[in-house]
Design a protein around this ligand. Structure first.
Ligand code: NI
Length: 141
C-alpha cells in the first residue's frame, strides 16, 4: 500500500456564523471570524490517495488526472469566491476548515478513479489545519 499526495492552493473569503445564534453568541463563538463582511484565507489543500503500485506503470494513479479532477471539482468552484454564498456544495454549512474538508471529501470521493481517497488535509493558515479521513458522523450536542 502506498500513499500519493497532490497539493493545491486557493484563496477564498468566508464568515463564520450560525444564523440560529444571537449576535452575541456568534461573537463569543467565532470571534474575529464572525466579522460581518467576512475575511480571507490562502488555503492549501493536500489530497492523499492510497493504492497499490500498478506493475505496468509503476504508479498508483496518474497525478495529472488527480490534479485535473481536484481542479475541476473543487478549486475552480472555490477559488476567489465567498464560501458562504458562491459555492453550491457549501450552502447551508458553516464554512469552517472542518466542514470544508468534509464537503471536499464528499465531492471527490465518488469521482476518484484508480486508488482510494485516504485523506484531505486543509490548511487555513500556516499553523492551523485539519485532517479528514472520511466517515464523519453528525455531531450531537
Ligand atoms: Ni477564517
Amino acid at each position: 500500500m502506498i500513499f500519493i499526495t497532490r497539493r493545491l492552493e486557493f484563496c477564498a473569503s468566508h464568515r463564520l456564523y450560525n444564523p440560529e445564534f444571537s449576535d452575541q453568541k456568534n461573537e463569543e463563538t467565532f470571534g474575529l471570524c464572525n466579522n460581518p463582511n467576512g475575511h480571507g484565507h490562502n488555503y492549501v489543500m493536500e489530497v492523499t490517495v492510497k493504492g497499490d503500485v500498478h506493475p505496468e506503470t509503476g504508479m498508483v494513479l496518474d497525478l495529472k488526472a488527480l490534479k485535473k479532477l481536484v481542479n475541476e471539482e473543487i478549486i475552480l468552484k472555490v477559488d476567489h469566491k465567498n464560501l458562504n454564498v458562491d459555492v453550491p456544495f457549501l450552502k447551508e454549512i458553516i464554512p469552517t476548515a472542518e466542514n470544508l474538508a468534509i464537503q471536499f471529501w464528499n465531492v471527490l470521493e465518488p469521482k476518484l478513479t484508480g486508488g482510494e481517497l485516504y485523506e484531505i488535509k486543509l490548511y487555513e493558515s500556516e499553523r492551523n489545519f485539519v485532517i479528514y479521513r472520511g466517515n464523519s458522523r453528525e455531531r450531537v450536542d
